[in-house]
Design a protein around this ligand. Structure first.
Ligand code: NDP
Length: 322
């Protein structure tokens, strides 16, 4: 298998990965970035993005990610299509296998593999995605201001998003599959005391109705079996995210849900020379702009790490000569 030696390898092509590539290229680190399964990441499956600073008229998610990519290429980043299939972080240079056919040896590694929203698995969820079905209230709630919407989930994310939506929408129908929520007590209390949030306990969404836009949600009470229809203009799914960190299991410290742990205030992981940024290490904020910010941090951390390594090597070489 052919091996290529690089200074800095970046895995992932959302706002975090591309921002890391822009900064690293400008620092002359000659970064190589592998885009992964979904070039551009989660933003390529959204429609309009209105909360990313610098786009006063808003921008389509896929277009924005093309802009990120173009900017990274213009700075000299080597952006490649390919899927990382295995990594060995036990020693440096790190060994990274791409598409089962190529091996990269990397002096430093930035992980920006993101997270994926969990879905219920309804056929209509995919058919109406971007047409009223969304996994991000902060991204898409604004398009449904003054309307009635539904949200599924009973965790902190669902509560936070329900509260966010309650400020924009006339009514929020919150569907919770059990007779209790998983969310922290304080978040539950806030939701319960918000007059325009109606909680449906023991309730599963079984279908989303509408041809080209969401018109209603069909629900079933899991205790009684009774089915009913709630007219809504949007359907938000907030049942959790899955960080794309499986490749690194057993090699990097992670929390109990698989998010990569980083040292607070930095992007350093439990392995020296490996940095993580964006949604794969952030279950709280998960915004394009925060991911981009942490991508910048990862490039700066990697740059400092590499230059400290080079400095140490030079010192060692000169003392060996002396
Ligand atoms: P959680 O896993 O905590 O909650 C998921 C929720 O979705 C649960 O109520 C679960 O129900 C429900 N659910 C899962 N699958 C389905 C399904 N198929 N149908 C219907 N409902 C379903 O995910 P979150 O994203 O809410 O939170 C993830 C982590 O991030 C948590 O640790 C949370 O505390 C943290 N967080 C913290 C925030 C903060 O501090 N500000 C903000 C947001 C998240 P059930 O309970 O029945 O399994």
């Amino acid at each position: 298998m052919s091996a290529e030696h690089v200074k800095l390898l970046i895995i992932g092509s959302g706002p975090a990965g591309y921002t890391a590539a822009i900064y690293a290229a400008r620092a002359n680190l000659h970064p190589v970035l592998y885009q992964g399964l979904q070039p551009g990441g989660q933003l390529t499956i959204t429609t309009e993005v209105e909360n990313y600073p610098g786009y006063p008229e808003g921008v389509q998610g896929p277009e924005m990610m093309q802009d990120f990519e173009k900017q990274a290429r213009r700075m000299g980043a080597d952006i490649r299509f390919g899927i990382v299939t295995a990594v060995d972080l036990s020693q440096r240079p790190f060994r990274v296998r791409v598409d089962e056919e190529k091996e990269i040896l990397a002096e430093a590694l930035i992980i920006a593999t993101g997270a994926s929203a969990k879905w219920l698995g309804l056929e209509a969820e995919q058919r109406l995605n971007g047409m009223g079905v969304s996994a991000c209230a902060v991204c898409d709630g604004f398009f449904f201001r003054g309307k009635e919407v539904a949200i599924v989930g009973g965790g902190d994310t669902a509560c936070e998003e329900a509260l966010y939506l309650s400020k924009l929408c006339t009514k929020v129908h919150m569907l919770v599959r059990r007779d209790q929520m998983r969310a922290s007590q304080i978040m539950q209390d806030r939701v319960k005391h918000t007059p325009n949030i109606q909680i449906y306990w023991n309730t599963q969404a079984i279908d989303i109705l509408g041809e080209h836009k969401v018109e209603a949600v069909k629900v079933k009470n899991t205790r009684t079996g009774e089915e009913s229809i709630i007219p809504v203009s949007a359907f938000f799914v907030a049942i959790g995210h899955q960080p794309n960190s499986q490749l690194f299991a057993g090699q990097l410290e992670m929390d109990e849900t698989g998010y990569i742990r980083t040292r607070p205030g930095s992007t350093h992981t439990s392995v020296e020379g490996v940095f993580a940024c964006g949604d794969v290490q952030d279950k709280i904020y998960r915004q394009a702009v925060t991911a981009a910010g942490s991508g910048c941090m990862a490039a700066l951390d990697a740059e400092r790490f590499l230059s400290a390594q080079e400095h140490a090597q030079r010192k060692q070489a000169s003392s060996a000569v002396g």
